[in-house]
Ligand binder design. Structure first.
Ligand code: M6R
Length: 627
């Protein structure tokens, strides 16, 4: 968690501060309990810095009242607290004993206690509760040692030397007044990307930090360090050996990460569900309509050998994986397990070279998922990432990647990424069916045409259901203890609906398979208990439809207030449920793409009705980069 931005230019001016504050605004989704900036210009005795607890606006207000000097370079940080409560003193940057060096940090330094003890016994003192201050003091000491030995400052060498002493996870940026204009970054198990400008360079936790200035970027690999000074960029490993730069061009522009007139990012992003599906399908077919996933870079012979898939993911991404399980098992006829990434490597999973591990992640930085894929690769399995973020760690550490093209997702609650992940996983499933020859060409084409029809159907939900969903949310705003029920692919949709309501409306809710109701949860149903039911189509699998309608009857008989998500023309939902959110007709396997939309809107309206910050719910961060 935490967002990091860095900038170096050629002339002394206000741009370093502007870049840092703009970057922090775009990275605030990564953490928002405090923020700070540090600036360096020639002639400074100590780094100029400001830091404030609370939202970025506190820092902005503070620097307006207490202006910072013009500078050549700067670093900025938005924090999600791990060590030490959110407060001015614990906010980043942290400075060396003499104030000449400032650093910002994302991650957790696990040996900070030991390092602090050693530094204290040498007379160093500490003012904060953070591991970052330990690194700042340590870096100051190493930098001074280098000056004593060589007679000149060398922040790049000092940072690399320190990086080798730290245990845990870190991205650290550092500046030193003795080398004005230089920003050094280093990373181990936390993200950092470099932005390439003309006579200027940028650093960021992700490209959102600098995309308004440049779309040319370089991935920084694991255990690499970077030195930027104006337009000069040097990247090495921690031993100082040069490494090959991996350049890429960001495929979206800054306007995609703006609210663009929407009241909040979540609202905007829900309304981008149709384009997220559409864009994820684009350009992935040859002239005969066959699926063409050249970007995978996995030999078709290897894919033909795959006899099991394990999806590893967390939160919403894991529910997308659960939806995909139903489709891929049905189409490809191989078993698909879906495992929460943080449970995966601790249970000694059975992995062989014929197992394909599919890591699903919007951010590409979720530490639990990253650790899971490392484990899978160590065991000899191939890993394929379904990811939305170019240049992020999970695709970089996978054998293959299938990007979802949902565009930047800023709201902490994941919405458009979910439908894009399902779409990408379906493409993968149909591609495997094509490669393995287990489905006929026309069968695959039929599924693809259903998939291509989904953006319009999602749009229909957005255009037609909004008012009723809004009114229903307003009416139920004081209710607690929502039950979300579904069967088959409706089950993961129920899980996702419950998660959305928990995370942004702070409403206790539980999602489960409708068939489980009578095995326990029904004891919780009483007068007025809200129950949301995903109703499968009566046209496709009548048996499931009638069972779910029976579920509605069972809870209604015990006083529940029921909301059904049901397709147009459903013969029963309207008769039994108190409220019905209608979705267009579609085949069962496609239904999650429309069924989830009312649940996303419902959670958003509930959160708004409660006056919550929809985009930045309490205690959460968009990218969970700690285990
Ligand atoms: O970036 P990822 O897709 O790997 O993130 C996984 C989860 O942390 C994420 O989906 C989380 O559950 C969302 N806040 C849900 O809305």
């Amino acid at each position: 968690m935490c967002g990091i931005v860095g900038y170096s230019g050629k002339t002394k001016c206000g741009k370093p501060l502007e870049v840092c504050l703009q970057g922090l605004k775009r990275l605030e989704y990564r953490g928002y309990d405090s923020a700070g900036v540090a600036l360096v210009a020639p002639g400074m005795e100590r780094v100029a810095y400001a830091k404030k607890a609370g939202r970025l606006s506190n820092l902005v207000g503070y620097v307006q009242r207490h202006p910072l000097p013009d500078a050549l370079c700067g670093i900025g940080h938005t924090r999600w607290a791990t060590n030490g409560e959110p407060s001015d003193v614990n906010a980043h940057p942290h400075v060396s004993e003499d104030g000449r060096i400032a650093i910002i940090h994302n991650g957790i330094i696990e040996n900070a206690g030991k390092l602090k003890f050693d530094l204290q016994s040498e007379g160093y003192s500490f003012v904060s509760d953070t591991d970052t201050e330990v690194a700042a003091k340590l870096l100051g000491k190493i930098a001074d040692d280098i000056i004593k030995k060589t007679g000149k400052p060398d922040l790049f060498t000092a940072c690399r030397r320190m990086a080798k002493m730290l245990e845990g996870t870190f991205t650290i940026l550092a500046v030193d007044v003795r080398e004005p204009g230089v920003v050094v970054g280093m990373r181990h198990d936390s993200p950092l990307v470099v932005g390439v400008g003309k006579d200027e360079s940028f650093l960021g936790s992700d490209v959102a930090a600098f995309v308004q200035y440049t779309r040319e970027a370089i991935e920084l690999g694991q255990d690499q360090a970077v030195r930027i000074e104006g337009g000069d960029i040097t990247i090495t490993d921690f031993d100082g050996k040069p490494v090959e730069d991996k350049h890429f061009t960001v495929d979206w522009d800054a306007s995609a990460a703006e609210k663009g007139g929407w009241p909040n990012f979540m609202d905007k992003e829900i309304h981008e569900d149709p384009s997220a599906v559409n864009e994820t399908l684009m350009g992935r077919f040859d002239l005969d309509g066959r699926i063409k996933l050249d970007e995978l870079h996995v030999d078709e012979d290897v894919l033909r050998q795959i006899d099991k898939i394990i999806v590893v993911a967390c939160g919403t991404a894991s529910y997308a994986g659960l939806v995909a399980k139903y489709a891929i098992e049905h189409w490809v006829r191989i078993p698909v397990e879906v495992e929460l990434a943080h449970e995966f490597r601790y249970r000694d999973p059975i992995l062989t070279p014929r197992t394909l591990v599919v890591a699903v992640s919007q951010s590409g930085e979720t530490m639990d998922t990253l650790m899971a894929i490392r484990h899978a690769r160590e065991q000899g399995s191939k890993v394929l990432a379904i990811c939305n973020t170019q240049g992020s760690s999970i695709p970089r550490e996978s054998d293959a990647v299938l990007y979802t093209h949902a565009g930047p997702e800023v709201a902490v609650a994941s919405t458009k990424a979910f439908v894009a992940q399902i779409t990408a996983a379906y493409l993968l499933g149909l591609y495997l069916a094509q490669v393995k020859g287990v489905m006929f060409h026309d069968e695959i084409q039929l599924q693809l045409s259903e998939l291509r029809a989904m953006p319009k159907k999602i749009q229909w939900v957005l255009d037609n259901d909004d008012d009723l969903i809004h009114q229903t949310a307003d009416r139920l705003v004081d209710k607690n203890g929502f039950h979300f029920l579904g069967r088959h692919v409706g089950y993961p949709v129920a899980l996702e609906g419950a998660l959305k309501l928990k995370e942004i409306a702070y409403t206790f809710s539980e999602g489960y398979a409708a068939g489980e109701l009578k095995h326990g949860p029904i004891a919780l149903i009483q007068e007025g208990t809200p129950v949301v039911v995903i109703v499968p189509s009566a046209r496709n699998r009548n048996i499931l439809h009638s069972k779910v309608i029976s579920t509605i009857e069972e809870v209604k008989a015990r006083g529940a207030y029921t909301i059904a998500i049901a397709e147009q023309g459903d013969p029963d939902a309207g008769r039994y449920a108190d409220v019905t959110f209608t979705v267009p007709q579609c085949p069962t396997l496609m239904s999650p793409l429309v069924d989830v939309v009312p649940l996303q809107l419902f959670a958003m309206y509930m959160a708004e009705a409660k006056g919550n910050d929809v985009d930045k719910p309490r205690n959460l961060a968009k990218s969970v980069t700690v285990e």
